[in-house]
Design a protein. Structure first.
Length: 196
């Protein structure tokens, strides 16, 4: 009987770990429910469609774009949205601000397609952030991807990844307060891992 309880406890712990992580537990898209494209993404069954890709690749607020990707979400088996969007863009990632935004979209899509392995997504996010280092949205999405990479190794560093963004008053405020609250409502659970 003791083995049964231990086995059951182990299974529950594994399931909770898979369902609870920086990328899977921060549904900040709900703070953008008034945006038609975000509503469409919620109803898209986890797949980017042509209308959503057109929105992502056009001159629209970066926070809306990230909310759409957040609403598309993740699945254990992946959605292949990174490849779909990369194919849609072809060689035309844009220039300047639009190039940075397309790279951030690709990074976030890649991270959500396989949140168990976000190393390549983080490299793309690094490149995007280098092109727009003063955007709050760029910094917080980069930090969420970085936190996901750190999930299996260092929960204090995971917490610090997003907390460091919060502590930067120099960043351009381009994400709404509701979305920020949702992100930190989850990420602050890791604060105790830093021993303070």
């Amino acid at each position: 009987m003791k083995r049964l309880f231990l086995t059951f406890g182990f299974i529950i712990t594994i399931l909770m770990a898979f369902a609870d992580s920086p990328l899977t537990s921060t549904p900040f898209h709900t703070a953008y429910e008034g945006v038609a494209e975000v509503k469409a993404a919620v109803s898209a069954n986890g797949e980017l469609n042509i209308d959503l890709m057109e929105f992502l690749s056009s001159k629209n607020p970066i926070a809306y774009k990230m909310a759409i990707i957040n609403a598309i979400g993740w699945a254990f088996e992946g959605h292949n949205n990174y490849d779909r969007y990369k194919s849609f863009l072809g060689e035309k990632t844009g220039k300047g601000k639009l190039k940075a935004e397309n790279l951030l979209c690709l990074a976030y899509l890649k991270a959500l397609d396989n949140y168990f392995d976000c190393v390549d997504a983080l490299k793309i996010a690094d490149e995007a952030l280098a092109l727009n280092p003063k955007s709050y949205t760029f910094n917080i999405i980069h930090a969420l991807i970085k936190a996901q990479v750190l999930f299996d190794t260092d929960w204090c560093a995971l917490y610090q990844a997003t907390d460091n963004v919060r502590k930067r008053p120099d960043l351009k405020s381009d994400m709404n307060d509701g979305a920020i609250y949702i992100i930190f409502d989850y990420m602050d659970l890791y604060k105790t891992e830093c021993g303070k």
